[in-house]
Design a protein around this ligand. Structure first.
Ligand code: PMP
Length: 420
């Protein structure tokens, strides 16, 4: 069946297509944490649209709002004109997300994708400080265009296109040299030293957990130390919460635990609620310095995205959703710890936090085999890390606990198979 299923794609779609190679089937429908293919095979989704589906596939109440909006001739596209849909989103985002957390940000819509919010953040930090350099970290992933790519660690992702736009300096992320070394001290010292050869940067950009880079987790104390360095040198702190935001690590923003106060926050993926493209750049009011039109673009106001995003914020209206994420994260964490203990020849360690956790393999090919084995047993998950050595579990936050346990059992079954 596979050969015929994939024929059209093989023939008509560019060779750069990638996920369809790991998941060799044609999908047709999906509901919460399940996907079905054209052969009516059911899969449990531990991939969640690369983090764009924190609220699952086809959330019923979001879908109703979308259908209602469509049927009422709601404006679908209007560049960044003021619309009712945008107004509702802004008010709800203010009331449900920013106000209760004591956060004061202006909201910018930079374009439809995560890459767009990162680009806008880098640009505005450069304008605000008059500096060019940006500090970024080993194994960071920030996007696929020339500016965001210049802040992305993985050489392969440059697509053989040579040097992306420069003006970045890579520093070791937390834990890069092992747990004993506090790499923020290195950053602090290099920036204090006029002889270090490093230009004082406009910004430091970081992920609190590196989603693509191997689920490396920055400690709250390291994050606070980086923030102090930023304050000392007038550097803007940008947190790229494109993948870790919207509850992935447990709280709405991934930096809440550490108590950071980023100058700019990048949000995309799950903020669109239903897998619809939407991105937000949150900017401290003092850095909201662009004049009208200085950062333009056609798709900066996806009204269907606003409708979906507004309804998705209902999950954050009380503490229940967050409590359920925390409860189910323990199930994931305990299972992975048990797997690491039971399969020490395969698994080196566990990594991550909340609903983004994974198994680090001694040999990358074992991570790939586990994902392939899982897929043949009806579970979708992918690898991450510089060597693709990490099997990454990233289910929708709305997954039912029983389905979560079924998925984890498939992972265990795969490990058992690999061990044999
Ligand atoms: N930043 C981070 C942390 C990401 O994980 C991603 C996407 N994986 C991006 C930026 C880029 O987002 P997009 O693919 O929507 O452009």
């Amino acid at each position: 069946a596979e050969a015929t299923d994939m024929q059209v794609f093989n023939k008509l779609e560019s060779e750069v297509r990638s996920y369809c190679r790991s998941f060799r089937t044609v999908f047709k429908k999906a509901s919460n944490a399940f996907m079905w293919d054209v052969h009516d095979r059911r899969y449990i989704d531990f991939f969640a649209g690369a983090g764009a589906l924190n609220y699952g596939h086809n959330d019923d109440s979001i879908r109703k709002k979308l259908v209602e909006y469509l049927m009422s001739d709601g404006v679908a596209h209007s560049l960044d004109m003021a619309t009712e849909a945008k107004e509702s989103f802004l008010v709800k985002f203010q009331n449900v997300i920013l106000k209760p957390r004591g956060l004061d940000y202006k909201v910018m819509f930079p374009g439809p994708t995560g890459t767009n919010t990162v680009e806008s953040a880098l640009k505005i930090a450069r304008k605000a400080t008059g500096r060019t350099n940006v500090i970024c970290f080993t194994n960071a992933f920030h996007g696929m265009t020339q500016g965001s790519l210049a802040a992305t660690g993985n050489r392969f992702k440059r697509g053989g296109a040579g040097q992306p736009l420069g003006g970045t300096t890579f520093m070791p992320y937390d834990g890069y040299f092992g747990e004993e070394q506090d790499t923020s001290l290195m950053l602090g010292k290099l920036l204090d030293d006029p002889g270090s050869g490093i230009d004082l940067p406009a910004a430091v950009i970081l992920e609190t957990v590196q989603g693509e880079g191997g689920l490396n987790l920055a400690s709250p104390s390291w994050l606070r130390s980086v923030e102090r360095i930023c304050r000392k040198h007038g550097i803007l702190l940008i947190v790229d919460d494109v993948q870790m935001g919207c509850g992935r690590t447990g709280s709405f923003f991934s930096f809440e635990d550490a108590g950071l106060s980023p100058d700019i926050v990048c949000l995309s993926k799950s903020i669109g609620g239903y897998g619809l493209p939407l991105a937000l750049t949150l900017i401290k009011p003092e850095y909201d310095i662009w004049r009208p039109g200085e950062h333009n673009g056609t798709f900066r106001g996806n009204n269907l995205g606003f409708v979906a995003a507004t309804e998705a914020l209902r999950f954050w209206e009380n503490g229940q959703f967050q409590a359920s994420i925390e409860r189910k994260s323990v199930v994931i964490g305990n299972a992975l710890k048990r797997f690491a203990a039971n399969y020490p020849e395969l698994v080196k360690e566990t990594r991550g936090k909340g609903f983004i956790q994974g198994l680090v393999f001694h040999k990358p090919e074992h991570a790939a085999s586990l994902c392939a084995e899982a897929f043949s047993n009806g579970l979708i998950m992918e690898t991450s890390g510089p060597f693709d050595e990490v099997a990454k579990l990233m289910p929708p936050l709305t997954i039912e606990e029983s389905v979560l346990r079924q998925g984890l059992a498939i992972v265990e079954q795969g490990l058992d198979r690999l061990q044999a």
